[in-house]
Design a binder for this molecule. Structure first.
Ligand code: AMP
Ligand code: FE
Ligand code: FE
Ligand code: ZN
Length: 284
């Protein structure tokens, strides 16, 4: 069966700029056959996405992108088809969202000293109730106050990890995150393994431990994997016997990433569906 399969996208349930329903609309327009909804540390958008997909012919692969931490660097673990009611997963994601909220407040309290028009209410105004808060929402508040042009400019300056206001947020180690997803019936895949944070930290020893914990794949095809690295991560996937995925990491207008710019093969998609036991894809 033909059709593009894009296994990583965000909605306003985290730091995407479109609601889950709008995201599904955009995925249909982009001609995708399968779209995965993978909000940061939240499954709250699934139902709206399923409802929007009904009758369109698109399939929604429900998932999330779990925040984990390794030596102060962020490592993101995609979890497809997790049981959204799994108590350990619910508890951990709630804790991470809470931690992200406090961390964002800390960053804003530092930023307001130099950018006095900014307030915490400005940041809240850029989020939907219950959303997973991140630097992109602070960026949107800075844009609204006219301090920066767009999210990209905010990340290059004020919100940069070396920008003087940065605060990391606590999260479990990747191996804990992978196990959590696997034990919730999900399929864990390391997101953008070659991005600035994880690249270099994901040594062979660590990859072995992740595979032993249940790692199923590596997102070798992603624009944040530094140039030429997709070959490296394909080779790592072969070496460790896990699958290769590719995806856009679409955030609506919040990032230049376009739906379908990287895709996953039908064969790998079917392996993921077969592996996941916590939920099922929604065929719209
Ligand atoms: P945080 O998780 O709060 O540290 O923020 C990181 C998030 O910001 C990532 O999930 C990305 O989606 C987003 N992000 C990172 N760099 C940029 C950028 N240059 N422009 C827009 N969004 C970005
Ligand atoms: Fe994001
Ligand atoms: Fe990510
Ligand atoms: Zn993402």
């Amino acid at each position: 069966m033909p059709g593009l399969i894009d296994l990583h996208a965000h909605s306003s349930v985290s730091d995407g700029t479109e609601t889950p329903a709008q995201l599904i609309g955009a995925a249909v327009l982009a001609g995708l056959d399968v779209i995965a909804l993978t909000d940061h540390d939240s499954t709250a958008g699934w139902t709206e996405a399923f409802d929007a997909a009904r009758g369109t012919g698109i399939t929604v692969l429900p998932g999330l992108e779990l925040s984990t931490q390794l030596e102060l660097a962020s490592v993101h673990v995609l979890g497809y088809l997790v049981d959204p009611a799994n108590p350990a997963l619910v508890a951990t994601t709630e804790q991470i969202r809470e931690e992200r909220l406090h961390r964002a407040e800390t960053m804003v309290s530092r930023i307001v000293k130099d950018y006095p028009l900014l307030s915490w209410d400005d940041v809240l105004a850029q989020t939907t109730p219950g959303a997973t808060i991140g630097r992109p929402h602070i960026a949107d508040a800075l844009v609204a106050r006219g301090y920066v042009m767009d999210r990209g400019a905010a990340f290059q300056g004020i919100l940069h990890w070396q920008g003087g206001y940065y605060q990391p947020h606590d999260a479990p180690e990747p191996v804990v995150g992978v196990r959590l997803i696997a034990e919730a019936g999900g399929v864990p895949v390391i997101a953008h393994p070659g991005a600035r944070g994880p690249n270099g930290l994901l040594t062979d020893d660590r990859l072995r431990a992740l595979v032993d914990a249940g790692l199923f794949g590596l997102e070798a095809h992603h624009r944040d994997n530094v140039h030429g690295d997709s070959k490296k991560w394909e080779a790592k996937a072969r070496q460790f016997g896990v699958v290769v995925t590719g995806s856009s990491d679409y955030h609506g207008e919040g990032k230049p990433n376009r739906l379908g710019e990287n895709t996953t093969s039908r064969e790998v998609y079917e392996q993921i569906v077969e592996q996941g036991t916590g939920a099922v894809p929604f065929r719209g």
